[in-house]
Design a binder for this molecule. Structure first.
Ligand SMILES: [Ca+2]
Length: 157
């Protein structure tokens, strides 16, 4: 085995490739190149990746799960920036792993936890129950939005 590459047409690398990424990218030039090209970003030990494709919220959650990760969920300014990199690169908003709770206008992580970090655009969230998902704008701020838009798939591992 001399080379190792990720087939972005099929999906994301599986968790083993991601887990051993630092080692692998030292050993296998293609991964190092991938990293150099910033198709993968990191913050605080968390890895974020995008395949440049778009999907609605539910499909994004599913694609990320299939890839062995989960939909990107920023918990700090650094993680927000790591996701923002892709949003800017592909110039496409991305859904985040944050959703409206049972209380209209109140948002929570997909596991039900309260977000410890938020980056709402001014006067957002504004949906008053009509906008259950959260999208990231190209300046990194957040907006509550309906879940059926075609947005950039960004996953975390
Ligand atoms: Ca809104």
């Amino acid at each position: 085995m001399g080379t190792l590459s990720i087939n972005w047409n099929i999906g994301f690398p599986d968790w083993k490739e991601v887990f051993y990424l630092p080692l692998l990218s030292a050993l296998f030039p293609p991964l190092a190149v991938l990293r150099l090209n910033k198709m993968i970003t990191e913050s605080g030990g968390k890895i974020f990746a995008s395949n440049g494709k778009s999907a609605d919220f539910e499909a994004t959650v599913e694609k990320c799960r299939e890839a062995g990760g989960s939909i990107a969920t920023p918990r700090s300014p650094g993680e927000n920036d790591a996701i923002l990199y892709f949003v800017k690169y592909f110039n496409t908003y991305a859904y985040l792993g944050i959703k409206q709770s049972l209380i209209p206008g109140k948002f929570q992580l997909l596991n039900g936890a309260q977000p410890s970090y938020t980056n709402w655009y001014s006067n957002e969230p504004s949906g008053k129950g009509e906008e259950e998902c959260v999208e990231m704008y190209t300046d990194g701020t957040w907006n509550d939005k309906k879940c059926n838009k075609n947005h950039l798939i960004v996953c975390q591992f």
